[in-house]
Design a protein around this ligand. Structure first.
Ligand code: FAD
Ligand code: SF4
Length: 329
């Protein structure tokens, strides 16, 4: 690990201004991802600006029925919050499916969204990686890519986004609030993360020095009928091979509305809009759920070792919807 400076500032404008004039600096949340990457020399910030005390660390109820999550809210508090558990079980389940109890105590909502990919070449500074060092090549495409992306890839990068929480927020249509050198903005979750294109080094659309201050989840009454299903190599302490976040509104056997996002399949949480459109207004039938999943995955371009993710994603999506629409007795 290289030497670095550590700073605590009094307020959000101070933190944004300090980072904006320090091109090599980074915000520090719980440090559970950033510090790991610093130990491996994958990232080498010369200044860490601690942001844990700058934003709210709790969940607030909004007048219209939604919630506002302070960026410094620990993942474990968020998962246990009664409002979250009652109104958005998918969020609580997604958080509890990630990491370990100790890590969730330290990890923050803002930092969770911005954690870096788990591609093994990204984490190994002795191998070429376009995300870590643009222009050096992608070791994964002809190497180990079993866990990597099947949708929205580019010849430059096939990495997946790792956050479970982000997948659930994407399904719910959440909005991320930020403060940056050019002022504040509100970014729909679906727009926060990027596909790799020819700039895989950029995970998100955020500017250097732009701080996530809060996340708003809109009111969605049928999100009480929601679920996060994560398929992974081990029962715990493993990232998703494929995951599904879904909420469904069924009236008299017909799908009135549905929200779906997939994890473990792309460089960003993947909102399954094709599957959603296919399902709205149609009957609750297993074949239709499978057809919706097929429609979503029609553009999947797997590599040899991750082709299994296509049927895995199809089956996981269909099963999750079926369990929600027709709960087991
Ligand atoms: C062994 C292990 C297993 C794990 N398993 C899972 C898993 O299964 N699923 C899962 O989703 N996660 C998993 N994680 C990842 C863990 O959830 C993340 O490390 C954690 O959520 C990151 O939050 P943090 O507050 O510690 O972020 P930090 O490590 O502090 O920061 C992460 C990034 O966010 C930036 N940042 C932090 N806060 C802000 C802010 N408010 N605004 C702007 N930028 C900010 C930092 O500069 C940094 O780039 C695992 C981690 C470990 C170590
Ligand atoms: S998939 Fe992306 S992160 Fe992994 S080696 Fe290729 S460029 Fe790097």
């Amino acid at each position: 690990m290289r030497p670095f400076r550590y700073a605590r500032v009094d307020d959000v404008p101070g933190a944004v201004a300090l980072l904006a004039r320090t091109p090599g600096g980074a915000f520090l949340g719980g440090g559970t991802n950033l510090v790991d990457l610093m130990k491996l020399d994958v990232v080498t910030p010369d200044l860490l600006v601690d942001v844990r005390r700058l934003t709210s660390d709790r969940v607030e109820e909004l007048p219209g029925g939604g919630i506002r999550i302070g960026a410094a809210t620990p993942n474990s508090d968020l998962a246990a919050d009664p409002l979250v558990r009652r109104r958005y079980p998918v969020l609580s389940q997604a958080l509890l499916s990630g990491a370990s109890g100790q890590l969730r105590n330290l990890a923050t909502a803002g930092g969770n969204l911005l954690q870096r990919t788990r591609c093994v070449y990204f984490q190994n500074v002795t191998t070429p990686c376009n995300k870590r060092q643009p222009g050096t090549g992608c070791s994964a495409i002809d190497g180990h890519h079993r866990e990597l992306a099947i949708l929205g890839t580019s010849p430059e990068c096939v990495a997946t986004h790792p956050s479970d929480f982000a997948v659930a927020l994407t399904a719910l249509g959440a909005v991320v609030h930020t403060e940056g050198p050019d002022g504040g903005r509100s970014i729909p979750m679906g727009d926060l993360h990027r596909l790799p294109g020819n700039e895989p080094q950029r995970d998100t659309i955020l500017q250097h020095g732009e701080l996530i201050t809060a996340i708003e989840v809109p009111p969605l009454p049928f999100a009480t009928c929601s679920h996060y299903r994560k398929v992974r190599d081990r029962a715990s302490y493993a990232f998703a091979l494929v995951s599904v976040a879904a909420a469904i509104d069924v009236v008299d056997g017909v799908v009135r509305d549905v929200r779906i996002a997939l994890g473990g399949v792309a460089h960003k949480p993947w909102r399954a809009t094709r599957a959603e459109e296919f399902l709205r207004g149609g009957p609750v039938e297993e074949d239709r759920f499978r057809a919706a999943a097929e429609a979503e995955l029609a553009e999947a371009r797997p590599l040899p070792d991750n082709a299994f993710k296509v049927p895995l994603a199809r089956n996981t999506l269909a099963r999750t919807l079926l369990d929600l629409a027709r709960p087991p007795a």
